[in-house]
Design a binder for this molecule. Structure first.
Ligand code: TYD
Length: 221
């Protein structure tokens, strides 16, 4: 299925700065006059946000298969109700996590494997593939430190072992190697401004745009 819009996803381990970068890119693209939808997974619709609570709240525990099914249930709702309609209107959709997270977290780190995750994707949401994916790569020790600094109570995933998070990172890097045409990897240890300007450059190159880095506070210098 083809759409007029552009679908850009952000991926990476805990504390890599996706949400900040997603918001900055939205600002840069809106300055060009583009209509931008900023959204996230799991979540993005009322139903999917409810599923998110079930997934991230440590009061519930799921086996790996059920966790993956819930991720894809949330994704299906989000894709059908929000992402597809927005792309059909020609908007730019910026999504904080998408299917590569399912591959890295459920496929690699939880050990379900590529075929399990790919099959769910094919059955539910494969018509909507990102045009560009930005992978913010960070050493998990550093990322978890950042994540802890911002929330006192770790969620289901933040509370996993360092070995788990190292596997997530390896999973993402493998995906980036296998799909180098779609996924670009950026070192998330750099400053917010430097990471942002690299993202803007990648987006301009991919879509033939001329966006400028977004200045959050032009009077700051
Ligand atoms: P997120 O809100 O991005 O958390 P953070 O910003 O703290 O990294 O994502 C929620 C968690 O859900 C994150 O730990 C990764 C996990 N996740 C999966 O395991 N599989 C998936 O398919 C998605 C979309 C997220």
């Amino acid at each position: 299925m083809s759409y007029n819009g552009k679908f850009i996803t952000f991926e990476g381990g805990e504390g890599c700065g996706k949400s900040t970068q997603c918001a900055l890119l939205a600002g840069a693209l809106q300055t060009l006059g583009a209509k931008v939808l900023q959204t996230r997974e799991p979540g993005g619709t009322e139903g999917a946000e409810r599923i998110r609570e079930l997934l991230l709240n440590k009061e519930h525990s799921w086996d790996a298969e059920t966790e993956a099914l819930l991720m894809f249930a949330a994704r299906r709702d989000h894709v059908e109700k929000k992402i597809k309609p927005s792309l059909a209107k020609g908007e730019i959709v910026l999504c904080d996590r998408y299917v590569d997270s399912s591959m890295a977290y459920q496929g690699y780190a939880r050990g379900l494997g590529e075929i399990f995750v790919e099959t769910l994707f094919t059955l539910t949401s494969a018509e909507v593939l990102p045009d560009l994916t930005i992978l913010l790569d960070i050493n998990p020790e550093e990322g978890l430190k950042r994540a802890k600094a911002r929330s006192a109570k770790p969620d289901t995933f933040e509370g996993q072992s360092l070995a788990f998070h190292n596997q997530v990172r390896e999973g993402f890097l493998e995906l980036a190697k296998a799909e180098s045409g779609r996924i670009i990897t950026i070192d998330a240890a750099d400053s917010v401004a430097l990471v942002h300007s690299q993202i803007v450059e990648a987006v301009n190159r991919r879509f033939g745009l001329a966006a400028k880095p977004y200045e959050t506070n032009p009077n700051a210098h």
